[in-house]
Design a protein around this ligand. Structure first.
Ligand code: ZN
Length: 333
């Protein structure tokens, strides 16, 4: 991540140099528009830092690679058995959620109502009852999943005043010794830290198989929930849906490579991440067989208003980790 931040800093520096050089040739309005689109592009590129954080964790913990390979092998076996009818995934799972808020300003100390609005989004999105999916009747409708997972907010929310203006992506917010808040009952509770991350990053998650003391999801308070400080175009709570997707072992739909694999059978191969709000079911990938890309999938990078579904294949992959012997089996006693 450090490298990414350095690159981002260099890019911003270069951009400011270039924009200073260019400004004499452009109208003030053009400069404002360019600055806005550049800011958006920078933010989009760093939308989610989960893969960068994973890379850092893999470097620091030599055993993590093996653990994650075990999770992957376990998942493959689970899916094979599911196809043979040997495991059931229809029982509803209850996931307690502890929200930990670190704030420097009053605005960062978001309200209980804003937190609850995020929990509501998670429950709608993971059950497929979100209104945008209900209204959709296109190409991928039959693949849309009901995860049968219920997220339950634990009260009280834990709140802590700090002097830090940004927390970065090295998990300091998860550690009381570093000024953060230790996770509560991480073996059976999804911990979410809400703080200012910085660097244009909206959120990041830890994948199954990682260190239990840092397990959970980190969200910037400006992109949490759908009321209060939630800021467009990431103001509908979908960043947390995306990050909880990673926590549930989902990869980005483009597989973090050109025409890469997300290890899911029923999602189309994407060239790369999609941004903004593409026309639905209308964009063909140039990968093998040129499938129509599922830009409305939560594991893409489209705007909050334009992502609205998980697939049954993604659900199967996620449910594997809760099966007996799975990486998050302690959530399912
Ligand atoms: Zn992501």
């Amino acid at each position: 991540m450090k490298k990414t931040l350095q690159l981002a800093a260099i890019a911003m520096l270069m951009y400011s140099v270039i924009s200073c050089t260019d400004s004499s040739l452009k109208t003030p309005q053009q400069n404002t528009e360019n600055a806005l689109s550049q800011a958006r592009e920078n933010a989009d590129k760093l939308r989610c830092a989960s893969m960068e954080v994973l890379e850092e964790n893999l470097k620091e913990d030599p055993k993590l690679k093996d653990k994650m390979r075990e999770v992957e092998e376990f998942t493959e076996r689970f899916i094979k058995n599911k196809k043979k009818g040997r495991v059931a995934i229809d029982q509803e799972l209850i996931i307690p959620v502890q929200v930990n808020i670190l704030y420097r300003t009053n605005a960062e100390n978001i309200t209980l109502e804003q937190v609850q609005s995020q929990i509501d989004v998670l429950n709608e999105d993971f059950s497929g009852t979100n209104t945008d999916l209900v209204a959709y009747n296109g190409t991928f409708k039959t693949l849309a999943a009901n995860y049968k997972i219920k997220f339950v907010l634990q009260l009280p929310i834990i709140r802590k005043a700090t002097t830090k203006s940004s927390w970065g992506t090295r998990d300091a917010m998860k550690n009381a010794k570093k000024g953060g808040i230790n996770p509560s009952n991480p073996t059976n509770t999804l911990n979410m830290w809400v703080c200012t991350i910085g660097g244009g990053i909206l959120g990041y998650a830890q994948f199954p198989g990682g260190n239990i003391n840092t397990d959970g999801v980190v969200m910037d308070s400006k992109y949490f929930g759908r009321i209060g400080t939630a800021t467009a175009p990431y103001h509908k709570g979908r960043t947390a849906t995306h990050e909880v997707g990673h926590w549930l072992n989902l990869r980005h739909i483009w597989g973090d490579a050109t025409c890469g694999s997300d290890q899911v059978d029923d999602t189309p191969t994407h060239n790369i991440a999609n941004y903004g709000c593409p026309a639905l079911d209308n964009h063909r990938s140039t990968c093998t067989n040129t499938p129509i890309e599922m830009t409305q999938n939560y594991m893409d990078y489209t705007d909050d208003a334009c992502m609205f579904m998980f697939t049954n294949g993604q659900r199967m992959r996620s449910r594997a980790i809760f099966d007996a012997g799975g990486a998050r089996a302690t959530f399912n006693p």
